[in-house]
Design a protein around this ligand. Structure first.
Ligand SMILES: NC(=O)c1ccc[n+]([C@@H]2O[C@H](COP(=O)([O-])OP(=O)(O)OC[C@H]3O[C@@H](n4cnc5c(N)ncnc54)[C@H](O)[C@@H]3O)[C@@H](O)[C@H]2O)c1
Ligand SMILES: CC(C)[C@H](C(=O)O)[C@@H](O)C(=O)O
Ligand SMILES: [Mg+2]
Length: 325
């Protein structure tokens, strides 16, 4: 179904009613990245990004899981030293339907001096913090049992409440080791020693920024998938990157973040773990066979375009795993 720029071009709105209805009635949704120069000057309600906000808000997919793993095949592709990047395996749990993205009041207006002012409001209700914190504690419990909550509680009131609620919940998860970190320090620690992190839980805006940062540790933003889950109803699965307009139409984009998002869809959206593993294994296999798009290329490997990379993954699916899953 068309959303974003495609929908704007077709019917003049970023989120057509039929697209939303089809998404809502699905078992899971795979979303292609949206946005582009063509629509950048549109009024806010007519920007492609609005489709994302409608989908996230109206499907109530508050829990955004963004794994950042350095694959052994790609340790050389990281911009960090190999010994710093090697072995990194973290999960960023980003709150996705609250905070400054949706808070009121918002907008651009004229103040009492006749000057234009832009307002965005960082606001979190206790229940919004509790539900994302629970997802994060449960996630950490299934991983290495370490949870770092990232906030700006030395400045922002919404973060003061965030820290208070997360701390209060910790007693229900005695097997999880909870720590807190200010976001500016977290941005620095991610580059200094990323292996210290297992699970990170944070608000909407900090999660947006830190996940792009974490992606570079793994080699490229073209590698990172995500799952956005609600309490009930379909999940939304998408790469964390955008539409990469600077390389659009050149057959250069790395398709693996989107392919791995499809694997997350199978695992988290449909409970089809075997099929998910089959896709993940195929991605690993294509990388092991040396295929690389430009963003993850290092000498000694085979440079391919978006299309060929996809074809190689498909070959690996067919070659490696029995067709019946
Ligand atoms: N979920 C989404 O749909 C989503 C996410 C982020 C940005 N956007 C939108 O995308 C547009 C471009 O935003 P941006 O440039 O800030 O971010 P971007 O993620 O599209 O691109 C940032 C940089 O990373 C590169 N890159 C991104 N994905 C890649 C891939 N798969 N393979 C290789 N390189 C890749 C791009 O070429 C670019 O240099 C904007 O309109 C923005 O709003 C959409
Ligand atoms: C395109 C943009 C609105 C979006 C966000 O900020 O959430 C993107 O950066 C993301 O990370 O999914
Ligand atoms: Mg982002």
């Amino acid at each position: 179904m068309p959303v974003g720029g495609a929908a704007l071009d077709l019917v003049g709105v970023p989120m057509p009613e039929e697209s939303f209805t089809a998404a809502k009635n699905s078992d899971a949704i795979l979303l292609g990245a949206i946005g582009g120069y063509k629509w950048d000057k549109n009024e806010k309600h007519l920007r492609p990004e609005m489709a994302l906000f409608y989908l996230r808000r109206d499907l109530k997919v508050f829990a955004n899981l963004r794994p950042a793993t350095v694959l052994p095949q790609l340790a050389d592709a990281s911009t960090l030293k190999k010994e710093v990047a090697e072995g990194v395996d973290m999960m960023i749990v980003r709150e996705l339907t609250g905070g400054i993205y949706f808070g009121e009041p918002r907008g651009i207006s004229i103040n009492e001096n006749g000057e234009e002012v832009g307002i965005s409001t960082e606001i979190y209700a206790a229940h919004e913090i509790d539900r994302i914190a629970r997802v994060a504690f449960e996630t950490a419990r299934k991983r290495r049992g370490k949870l770092c909550s990232v906030d700006k509680a030395n400045v922002l009131d919404a973060s003061v409440l965030w820290r208070k609620r997360v701390t209060a919940l910790a007693s229900e998860y005695p097997d999880v080791e909870l720590s807190h970190m200010y976001v500016d320090n977290a941005a620095m620690q991610l580059i200094r020693d990323p292996k210290q992190f297992d699970t990170i839980v944070t608000n909407n805006i900090f999660g947006d920024i830190l996940s792009d940062e974490a992606s570079m540790i793994t080699g490229s933003i073209g590698m990172l998938p995500s799952a956005s889950l609600s309490e009930s109803g379909p999940g939304l699965f998408e790469p964390i990157h955008g539409s990469a307009p600077d390389i659009a139409g050149q057959d250069k984009a790395n398709p693996l973040a989107t392919i791995l998002s499809a694997a997350m869809l199978l695992k988290y959206g449909l409970g089809e773990e075997k099929a998910a593993k089959r896709i993940e294994d195929a991605v690993m296999d294509a990388l092991s066979r040396g295929f690389r798009t430009g963003d993850i290329y290092s000498p000694g490997n085979k440079l391919v375009g978006c299309k060929e990379m996809g074809e190689e993954v498909l070959k690996s699916v067919e070659a490696k795993v029995p067709a019946t899953v």
